[in-house]
Design a protein around this ligand. Structure first.
Ligand code: GUN
Ligand code: FE
Length: 467
């Protein structure tokens, strides 16, 4: 297939790269790789003769462009029914009030969510509904790759893998590991390290059976966070990740009370980062979500280990977790991507995460004496959502751009379909004909949503089309 039209991307964080041209994508290999790119053609017919193949041509609209698919490096699929429901809670009471009851309901008929149920509970049917919706919803928002947390239940976790794979989203699937009785409720935890490891292995095997290459779908080892796991479990999960060369995801230093709890529970380690390092979990394939309250020394250790960070700005604001200093992390040389952190975050949209990342960076600048050096620009936010995310999920150079050899994981964006009654999408552009494409992308970031996402492809497969 040939894709022709306007292509916008962010190979560098400082500015948008805006090009007109065509790319040739080979779908026959089943992967959807960009074989050739040509930034001189100005007509779809030229593209056919330039590439020397008689392939179908897909063209962007005049008011549209191709943009690399978004990478959500931290999202709890199981928490989707709770988006927007968090009241005034902060992390630790949010977990016990809203999150553990909901998550448990996807596998445990004795979940507190079922205490007033009239019908007999059917947790797996519930998981099926939740997972179908969240994968569809993230695809509709242009998320082509997602690193998911499911729940502790093997059946439901494997179902999430089935759903993501069937819908064609690139996905890393985490069975949540939690077996620490001091912090996890009786109705929602594994009984032992052995159970945790056995159940994790069962889910690894299921993911491998769906996609032996691990390119489109793979398991990701998921200790929920240090306080929810027995120390022995953390070590065993670290060893398992190394043995099977798997990605790892967890939370770190999100909230000050959580940091205090980790200090109490792990008195032998100096910092939260040391806890993960001590248990073999600080790997180049590990994604640490939040990282709001890290010290400079912790950042240095994370950099040394080439461990990745998922910045979750909407969640950090919604749960009052704090101001994550992304500029400092980037200056320290850390690799950072964006996460929605549904449902600590209230939105499934990575475009909204870009917006929130820009916003909170200004608050960071304010608390540091009003220094605009901390501000993230729109291009930088989009870079975090694509190129940054690609680094975080270990797909640097394969995702996040339009260069030859990269995968066709792409969204087609259309702007300004608004009528004179003000109905349509929320990005009225170029009323007077003076806007640049940079201006239009600014408008997309600050006011856009899923109405601007016309089509989405993963590995060259069309996985969403807006009606
Ligand atoms: N820390 C431990 N579990 C969670 C979770 O589900 N969401 C967030 N935001 N932080 C956590
Ligand atoms: Fe989270």
């Amino acid at each position: 297939t040939i894709y022709f039209g306007r292509f916008i991307s962010t190979p560098q964080p400082v500015e948008l790269l805006i090009r007109v041209g065509a790319v040739l994508v080979d779908r026959n290999d089943g992967k959807g790789v960009i074989e050739k790119a040509d930034w001189t053609v100005r007509d779809p017919k030229d593209a056919i003769s330039k590439f020397g193949v008689d392939a179908p041509v897909i063209t962007t609209k005049e008011n549209g462009f191709f943009f690399p698919g978004f990478i959500d490096s931290h999202i709890h699929a199981s928490q989707y029914p709770n988006v927007g429901i968090f009241g005034k809670s902060t992390l630790l009471d949010w977990l016990t009030t809203y999150t553990f009851p909901l998550e448990s309901s996807l596998g445990n008929p004795k979940s507190p969510m079922y205490k007033d149920a009239v019908e007999p509970p059917n947790p797996l049917a519930r998981a099926n509904a939740v997972y179908n919706r969240v994968v569809s919803r993230t695809l509709a928002n242009g998320t082509t790759t997602a690193s998911y947390y499911a729940t502790i239940h093997v059946d439901a976790t494997n179902l999430l893998a089935d759903v993501a794979f069937a819908k064609g989203q690139r996905a890393y699937i985490g069975r949540v590991c939690m077996d620490q009785p001091e912090t996890c409720p009786d109705y929602y935890r594994d009984e032992s390290t052995e159970e945790t490891i056995a159940k994790t292995k069962a889910s690894i095997e299921h993911c491998k059976s769906l996609d032996p290459s691990g390119e489109l779908l793979a398991h990701i080892i998921t200790p929920r966070f240090a306080p929810s796991c027995l120390p022995e479990t953390l070590s065993r999960l670290g060893a398992l990740a190394q043995e099977q060369d798997l990605r790892v995801q967890t939370h770190i230093s999100e909230n000050l009370n959580e940091v205090k709890l980790v200090k109490q529970m792990f008195p032998d380690q100096a910092t939260y980062t040391d806890v993960y390092d001590h248990h073999g979990l600080l790997t180049p394939r590990t994604i640490l979500a939040h990282a709001v309250h890290l010290s400079k020394d912790e950042m240095k250790l994370i950099k040394e280990k080439k461990t990745k960070i998922s910045h979750c700005p909407a969640s950090n604001s919604a749960l009052g977790s704090g101001f994550c200093p992304v500029r400092v992390m980037l200056d320290e040389g850390l690799e950072v991507g964006l996460g929605t952190d549904v449902s600590g975050g209230y939105s499934t949209s990575i475009l909204d995460a870009v917006r929130n990342a820009c916003m909170v960076s200004r608050h960071v600048g304010y608390v540091n004496g009003g220094d605009s050096r901390y501000n993230l620009g729109v291009a930088e936010g989009l870079w975090l959502a694509t190129v940054g995310g690609a680094k975080v999920v270990g797909m640097e150079g394969r995702l996040g751009g339009f260069e030859e050899g990269m995968l066709w994981d792409v969204q087609e964006i259309v702007l300004g379909d608004v009528d004179s009654r003000g109905e349509g999408d929320n990005t009225e552009v170029d009323i007077f004909g003076w806007e640049t494409w940079e201006n239009r992308v600014d408008k997309w970031v600050w006011n856009g949503d899923d109405r601007n996402v016309r089509r989405v492809w993963v590995g060259g497969r069309l996985v969403h089309e807006r009606r």
